[in-house]
Design a protein around this ligand. Sequence first.
Ligand code: GDP
Length: 322
Amino acid sequence: MKPRPPSPAWPRQVTVLAGGVGGAKGADGVYRLLPPHTLTVIVNTGDDFEHMGLPISPDLDTVMYTLAGIQHPEQGWGLAGDTFHALEMLGRYGAPTWFRLGDKDLATHILRRHWLDRGMTLTQVTDRLRRALGVQARLLPMSDDPVRTVVMTDEGELPFQEYFVHRGARPRVRAIRFRGIEMARPTPEVLSALDAAQVIIFAPSNPYLSLDPILALPGVRERLRRRREQVVAISPIIGGQAVKGPAAKLMQEFGLPASALTVARHYREIVGGFLLDTRDAALAPEIEALDMRVTVVDTWMRSPEDKVRVARAALRTAGWMV
Ligand code: GDP
């Protein structure tokens, strides 16, 4: 990455709230546009789970691999050029193989297990991993306390990965719970990343599954409400549909219209700026009526240039002429 000289027109600190794929794209745009140490990413850990003794943090790893430039280019999880020999062998032993763990990816989980067992926090482990991969932005798990997303469906209660990966998000969802959230605390690093940021960006992540767990931590909503003018959300809905995953399906199951307006309403108390996709431009007046500054832009990010364009639009919506 080319180092960029600092400019007084640029914010010194930008904090992005992120889930997995949409989160990684949103964060990567800021990372490419501004000096890399400007960026802090607060990442959802509600999707974390333990699998065959290994602590898996899917969203943290997706963001970390993306900023390191080593993510798989299409599938939205895992590493480029990974192989699956260990998984194949696990299958021969009769172990579950529905969660696709690549050989290189396993190294991340093995080391995370090792360091956590030696008493490091998830925040410390993540910091060591990202530094080793040359990521210059700070990556923060939302909490060091376990929070586990549980999905209430018409087929019963399912742990998040069981619903999302094993069952392909097919069961109808009635409600979503974040087990452990009452006891969980955002880390001091997370709170100071919110307090110190000049701009806070909500990546186009799933509002219910990826950003709500972060927002449910004590103290987070109040901080954002106070800073509403500096908070900008990027819509994960384009033309009434999710680019990927169950965001639009969940809206329908909750009896809400599958639209960017539903996203804006969901964030209305804590978000002052909204990036609306060009395909949804007709919704702009209704979103502005929620007292939000709306920027209409192509938010579909298929290339590095797309990500930078979206990041620039988000920062401009917050008043920075980057
Ligand atoms: P997950 O944990 O991997 O499902 O990741 P996220 O919650 O971070 O991201 C999923 C959301 O990102 C979905 O609702 C998608 O619609 C959205 N998304 C993915 N790619 C894009 C994109 O290029 N543009 C926009 N606007 N949204 C996207």
